[in-house]
Write a protein that binds this ligand. Sequence first.
Ligand SMILES: Cc1ncc(COP(=O)(O)O)c(C=O)c1O
Length: 380
Amino acid sequence: MPLVAKTAVEQELARWEDRVVRGWNEGWYTLPQKIGQQLEPVLGARPGEVIGCDSTSVNLYKTAFAALEAAVAHNPGRVNIVSDAHNFPSDLYVLAEVALQFGGRLTIVPESTPQTIDSADLLAATDETTALVSYSHVSYRSGQVHDSQTIVAEAHKKGARVLLDLSHAAGSVELNLHDWDVDYAIGCGYKYLNGGPGAPAFLFVHTGLQNESKIAIPGWFGHAQPFQFDETYSPAEGIDRFLAGTPPILSIAALSASLELVNQAGISAIAAKGRALTSAFIELLEPLIEMGRIELLSPALAEQRGAHVAILCPNAYQVAQALIEGHGVVVDFRRPDALRFGFSPLYTRFEDVYLAAEALAKVLQNNEWEEYGQEMKPVT
Ligand SMILES: Cc1ncc(COP(=O)(O)O)c(C=O)c1O
């Protein structure tokens, strides 16, 4: 937790206590746009292309809907969506539903290896019926980074638009959304942006596509004049039309404070430290890999991965519990046999990397994991 996040939330609580609803005219109302501005350098976006709001899932629905509406308006046969087996499963549920609403279907491109989705496969599945190609720029499981600039250029040649999920990429790798000509992007605020539990997500829409966008959830915050209370919806100009309802001020305050630090450090330095941390960790894992105790799931080359390292190991859930409960090394378990170590570059020290590798070696070599049950907690 960034210490400034705590102070920022306390300040907003004090303002709530003192000013009650007057806070809306004293800064709260424009916080979604402020988050957008703070994210511009992190995402490589131009002014007015990003806004902070809702959850990643809701933003995915809104942007995918806008993409399909626009595609169908130009060509009624473009109703399908292409994604891949390493995209976040929840994204696949949403994308399948959006395709269905337009009379199309979702194609899920299979992995070419357990570590990789081949971008050539994504493009091969894209044809004249494809409205949208949507995938995670950094895979939630393996950490693989895609060459999105090339994928976007190739997808555009086929007449399809591209929607990126940046949940594991924002704040961990360098991005250049505007210049790569990405159409839409979404991502969460609670991973490498360090916005805390329930932090709002964000969405990016390329400048040229905003004013043509049909809005899936035409709520009052996206209205041209919300406080006119018109009976009919008329969308705001630009990115604001993608807002739906009242933003969560306390959560936004924490995210905004965190983003100030991200921008002070600069995304290039943060991404470079991420590569150094994950490389150091992989080097420390080598003895365990050579002994056959674990396998590396993430790409070995630093430029090909985000800021997390995933490994495969037997009894992975129990190993995760032993690391968390026994050593204070907080990892994620991902079914059926993966452990994910996330190295948020601003807050993780090289010493932490060393301690994490040492703890993993102890858990495996001393069979410490046997002390933990297989029954899973709701969040793994
Ligand atoms: C890659 C990715 N996409 C989407 C989501 C869903 O995000 P949300 O819960 O904000 O809708 C997550 C959540 O962890 C994720 O990792």
